[in-house]
Every structure is written in structure tokens, then in C-alpha cells.
Ligand binder design. Structure first.
Ligand code: ADP
Ligand code: MG
Length: 627
């Protein structure tokens, strides 16, 4: 017998499962059945495609049994699938493959510490993160996995109490497959019951494509009899005609497919006939999957060929900006033995993918028009990946431009670009937008002062990716999109008067520029400020402050940040400073120049390079000002 320790992240996860997750314990059964179904999928695929496996018998089934008299009670899920060797048991049930899970765990642990209650609702995420097997430990103190890998001679038993370690030893099993036995704990005891299991299978696993049999004993006229009964529909739901299916059918299928407790926000079921025959069933979840912004996110679409499962780990089935979509693609024309590696270049698949994207986008557009409330929830949850489409998918860019939504100074809600254009002033030269950090109070930024006075609407972009994506749009409906964070934008708004005022200020601007040296790229008179003395903007091609943040997060140390400092020629501080300069008050001019820059940096959310020097200057000014 070999004893192994769980990898740290597994221990961490198990700890979280055992101690912090209270609700939805029932999902353990969905996870075990889903693993059984995956194992059957894998064996079926091999028997169809791999010479070594072609002779092997394939009689797919899942068997569930329970013992409510034993102490502790037990529940067993067995499948006739691919099985696991000793090494596979060790690797698959002792580590977590995806690195995203590690970060997810850190977040979950922090949450669990914050509020024990709060974490409970998140057990949903466990399934979505693909660490489903471990959910068994929510209901069991001890889990045994007896497995024979298809083609192997020797079966193996994996046993663990979920605390730190597990053991693997040789064992006996007839036929390939896996038997998972749960020794139920106090809270799990209720699941060793016929109606409970029947209900849960109906709820979560009704449409897995293999029969699930429930075994139970029945006492009638003092005679006890062993009985078994198929308790799921075992049909490929997506192959049934739409007219026969209800929302409930679709939702039920989704809960198993998406590992999600919630009903989906929306679904689209399409059958294509003609040059190519295929069926797609796509779901949009209500809530974004937890790994949405991880590079190693788990794709949500499964590929089938004539009802045979091919893969659920192909990120090419849909473009990455649609990675939140869950669903199934089932092709009648792809060869069954299509290798997973060459799928990428498959012409048929490319055309299914293109048609699927078109279909989904058309569906989104339809929702936007006919169901604005639902569309609102949709963009709140998925607006950000959708924006990625603007630079990933040029073919569909026009549709995507119709679909994206932004916050705006015009009202509290979200707006489309089209609505913005309808509200534009007659003389207005461009579509204006401001970028900033997520959650920043952009509405009150000094950069907007002149737009506020002139009642020009500005789009508020507080998504990190906006700064990158929006400039690639260029124009919408023949109107240029212009960032108010850039120095040239406000030039639109300059008048003859303001230009004259600017000339007069030249000596002061030169002095400020001398004082600040290479901390700034340029010092200019501002046409955009009315109330604030100064602001910083980015030069035409430089990254803005919020873009700098993103670049740093990506590990790309941005070049030295040199903003353009704009000062407000009409502000009392600036006019007084001009007077000080003429009187030769050099120290005062130096301090104030720095403070003009530093306050503008703080407002933009940038870091000060020398906070101590800043405090010194501020205090000197206060000393002078206080009576
Ligand atoms: P996931 O199913 O998302 O990969 P799980 O935690 O549910 O994650 O399972 C981990 C791994 O253990 C699976 O990927 C699979 O390789 C293996 N496994 C679990 N259950 C079975 C089973 N019944 N038959 C074969 N392999 C299994
Ligand atoms: Mg699983």
C-alpha cells in the first residue's frame, strides 16, 4: 500500500470544502455522475478511434446504489468507463491541473475568512472550476475509488478521508470502470435514500447520454427484493425537436452541462441543414464563470460528432470573447475519428464556428431590441469580454459595435454608441470618452469640466481594457472617437480668446516646465478646465494612466510615464503664480508648480514618486496660508 500526500492546493481546497461550504451539498452527486459520463465518453471515443481499444467491449452504464442500514451509511456510483491506473488515480485525484484554480482558491479562502456565511453560496463555483470530485467530501468522511483502467489487468483502490493524504493499493474489480463509494457523514446521511437520488438525478443529470440505474431493496408482503430502475432520460436533449422541449427541459440540461445551480439567462437551439448538417445548443449563464478572466479558463462548449462526445477542451470552438457561452455543437459531417489536434484546421468546423458566432451575435442583438432588461443584465455580466471582440473579430465588428454599452455623463444607465450619436450636438466634432480605473469617480473628473459647461456628453470608460480597445475603433457612424485623457482632444474646444490668453501665459508655462523637468512631457494652457487649477493628460500616442496600470499588471513595466500637464489660465492659483513669477518669488513658484502636478496625478489615481517631498511642499503652503 502506498501512502501519498495531497498537493498543497488540494488540501487547501478540501479544507475549504469541509469547513466553509454549507449549502448545495447535493451537487456532489452531479459531479460524480458527470465524471462517470466523462469516463464513458472517453472509452467510447477510444473504441471508435484507437486500434488498441477497438476490440474492447463497450456497454455504457452508470449504477447508483446505497445502504441506509450500514454505519455509516454509504452511497456508491459505478461506471463502465475508461477507469484509472494507479498513476492516474494519484495524479487525477491528488492534484489540480489548472493553475487558475489556485488563484480561485485564494479568493475563496479570503471570502470564507471574511464571512463564513458568504462563502456558502459559492459552492456553485467549485463545480464550475472543475474540481468536482472533491465535493464528495462535503457529504462523506471517507471516500473509496475502486478502478480498473480499460486494457489493464490490475485494478486499484484509492482511499482517503480528505485530510492531508490518500492511499492506493491493488484491488479486485470485474470489468473496466470506476466505483466511487462514499461513507456518508452526518450531513450526507440523507442522501442514502431512493427518492433523494431520483430527484437529484432528474434535476442535474437527466440528459447525460448514458442510462443511470438506481438499485434499491423493496419490501412487499414481508419479502425483500433487490430492484433496479433506470432513472434518467439518457437522451441527447439537443437532438430532440424544439417543439417537444420546454424551458424546464432546457434548464435541467444546462444545470448538468454548466455545473450551475442558477437557470441560464438565455439559450439558443439551432439545427442547420443544407451543405452541412449540425445542431448547436448554446446557453448564456446568468453569472460570469469564475475563471472568465484567467488565461487558462475552461472552455464551455462540447463538441460531438453524431452524438459521440469528442472534446470539451477545445478553445477554438468559439472565439475567446465568447468564452462565457456554454453549450454543445454536434456535427453530422465531421469524421468520427477526427483527431483533437487537427480540429483547428478543419474547414467544416471553421464554418460551424463562423455560423455559430453570427447566430449568437444576432441573438444578442435581438435581446437588446426586444428585451432590454435582460440585455442589461447580460452586458453587465459579459460586456467586457464582448468588447474584446472589437479587436479580435473584425468580420463582426459592426454588429459588436451595436452591442457594446458604456456608462455616460448623460444619465445613470448604460448607453449604446448609436444612442450617443442621436444625442450629439449639431456642432459636436467627435464622440468623446474618458478612461480611468475601475470604480474611479470619472463623472467628477476635472478633465470633464469644459464638457460639462458646454453640455457635451462624454462616455465614461472604467474598464481596464477600454483604453486599449476603444482607440482601435477609430470612428463610429463617421464620427471620430476621442479620448478626453489625451492632450490634443481639447484643442477642438479652443477659441480665439483662449488662444490669446495662452500666449500671455507662455513665460509661466516655460518656468513650470523647467521646474518639473522630465517629470512631464509638456506644460500647456488648458482649454478644458473651469474649476480645477490643473490636470494631466497623455500625449497623443502614450499610454494613459489607466493603461499604465494594466501594463504593469501584465508584467510589462511601462516606460517612464511622462504626462502632459495642463494648467487653467483663469484659475486664481495660476494667475497669482504668474504674478509671483514676475516678482521673482522663485521658491514659491517651484513649490506651487510641483503641487499643480502632484494634485493632478492624485486625481488620476497615479502614484506619487516622492510622497515625502509632496507633504513638505503642502505643509509649507499651509503654513503660509494660515493666519
Ligand atoms: P474534472 O471532471 O472537471 O476534470 P474532477 O475533480 O471531477 O474534475 O475529476 C478529476 C479527474 O479525475 C477527472 O478529470 C478524471 O481524469 C478523473 N476521474 C474522476 N472520476 C472518474 C471516473 N469515474 N472515471 C475515470 N476518471 C475519473
Ligand atoms: Mg468532474
Amino acid at each position: 500500500m502506498a501512502k501519498h500526500r495531497f498537493k498543497t492546493e488540494v488540501s487547501q481546497l478540501l479544507d475549504l470544502i469541509i469547513h466553509s461550504l454549507y449549502s448545495h451539498k447535493e451537487i456532489f452527486l452531479r459531479e460524480l455522475v458527470s465524471n462517470a459520463s466523462d469516463a464513458l465518453d472517453k472509452l467510447r471515443y477510444l473504441t471508435l478511434t484507437d486500434e488498441d481499444f477497438k476490440g474492447l467491449p463497450f456497454t455504457p452504464r452508470v449504477d447508483i446504489s446505497f445502504d441506509s442500514d450500514s454505519k455509516p451509511r454509504t452511497l456508491t456510483v459505478a461506471d463502465s468507463g475508461i477507469g484509472m491506473s494507479a498513476d492516474e488515480l494519484r495524479d487525477n485525484l491528488g492534484t489540480i491541473a489548472r493553475s487558475g484554480t489556485k488563484r480561485f482558491l485564494d479568493v475563496m479562502q479570503a471570502k470564507a475568512k471574511d464571512a463564513k456565511q458568504g462563502a456558502a453560496g459559492d459552492s456553485n463555483l467549485i463545480g464550475q472550476f472543475g474540481v468536482g470530485f472533491y465535493s464528495s467530501f462535503m457529504v462523506a468522511d471517507r471516500v473509496e475509488v475502486l478502478s480498473l483502467r480499460a486494457g489493464d489487468e490490475q485494478a486499484q483502490r484509492w482511499v482517503s478521508n480528505g485530510r492531508g493524504s490518500f492511499e492506493i493499493s491493488p484491488a479486485e474489480r470485474t470489468g473496466a470502470g470506476t466505483t466511487v463509494t462514499l461513507h456518508l457523514n452526518e450531513e450526507g446521511a440523507e442522501f442514502a435514500a431512493q427518492w433523494q437520488i431520483q430527484d437529484l438525478v432528474k434535476k442535474y443529470s437527466n440528459h447525460i447520454p448514458y442510462p443511470i440505474h438506481l438499485h434499491y431493496t423493496e419490501t412487499r408482503d414481508d419479502k425483500t427484493e433487490q430492484r433496479s430502475e433506470q432513472i434518467n432520460a439518457a437522451s441527447a436533449l439537443w437532438q430532440r425537436p424544439k417543439s417537444e422541449l420546454t424551458d424546464d427541459d432546457y434548464f435541467e440540461f444546462y444545470r448538468g452541462l454548466g455545473h450551475d445551480q442558477e437557470d441560464p439567462l438565455h439559450y439558443v437551439h439551432t439545427r442547420a441543414e443544407g451543405t452541412q448538417e449540425y445542431t448547436t445548443l448554446f446557453y448564456i449563464p446568468k453569472t460570469a464563470p469564475p475563471d472568465l478572466f484567467y488565461a487558462d479558463y475552461r472552455p464551455g462548449v462540447k463538441l460531438y460528432v453524431k452524438r459521440v462526445f469528442i472534446t470539451d477542451d477545445n478553445k477554438e470552438l468559439l472565439p475567446t470573447y465568447l468564452r462565457f457561452v456554454r453549450g454543445v455543437i454536434d456535427s453530422e459531417d465531421l469524421p468520427l475519428n477526427v483527431s483533437r489536434e487537427i480540429l483547428q484546421q478543419n474547414r467544416l468546423l471553421t464554418s460551424i464556428r463562423n455560423a455559430s458566432v453570427k447566430k449568437l451575435l444576432a441573438e444578442f442583438r435581438d435581446l437588446a431590441t426586444n428585451n432590454p432588461d435582460l440585455y442589461g443584465s447580460f452586458v453587465t455580466e459579459f460586456g467586457r469580454p464582448l468588447k474584446e471582440g472589437l479587436y479580435q473579430d473584425f468580420a463582426n465588428r459592426d454588429t459588436l459595435l451595436e452591442l457594446v454599452r458604456f456608462r455616460t455623463t448623460a444619465h445613470d444607465g448604460l448607453t449604446s454608441l448609436k444612442e450617443y450619436v442621436e444625442r450629439m450636438q449639431e456642432e459636436q466634432k467627435a464622440i468623446y470618452y474618458i478612461t480611468g480605473e475601475r470604480g474611479a469617480n470619472l463623472r467628477h473628473s476635472p478633465l470633464l469640466e469644459v464638457y460639462r459647461t458646454q453640455e457635451i456628453e462624454v462616455l465614461l470608460m472604467d474598464d481596464e481594457i477600454d483604453g486599449f480597445v476603444i482607440p482601435t475603433i477609430g470612428t463610429f457612424d463617421d464620427h471620430e472617437l476621442k479620448s478626453v485623457n489625451r492632450s490634443d482632444t481639447a484643442d477642438d474646444l479652443k477659441t480665439a480668446d483662449s488662444k490669446a490668453q495662452e500666449k500671455e501665459l507662455d513665460p509661466l508655462l516655460k518656468r513650470i516646465a523647467d521646474v518639473l523637468g522630465d517629470a512631464v512631457k509638456e506644460v500647456k494652457a488648458s482649454a478644458r478646465l473651469t474649476d480645477s487649477p490643473s490636470c494631466i493628460v497623455a500625449d497623443a500616442n502614450d499610454p494613459t494612466v489607466s493603461m499604465q496600470g494594466v501594463l504593469r499588471a501584465l508584467g510589462q513595466e511601462a516606460e517612464k510615464f511622462q504626462p502632459v500637464l495642463e494648467v487653467n489660465p483663469s484659475h486664481p492659483i495660476v494667475t497669482k503664480l504668474d504674478a509671483m513669477l514676475k516678482q521673482g518669488e522663485d521658491d514659491l513658484v517651484a513649490d506651487t508648480s510641483h503641487l499643480l502636478l502632484e494634485q493632478a496625478l492624485l486625481i488620476e489615481g497615479a502614484q506619487l514618486t516622492d510622497p515625502v517631498a509632496f507633504a513638505g511642499r503642502l505643509n509649507r503652503s499651509l503654513e503660509r496660508a494660515l493666519p
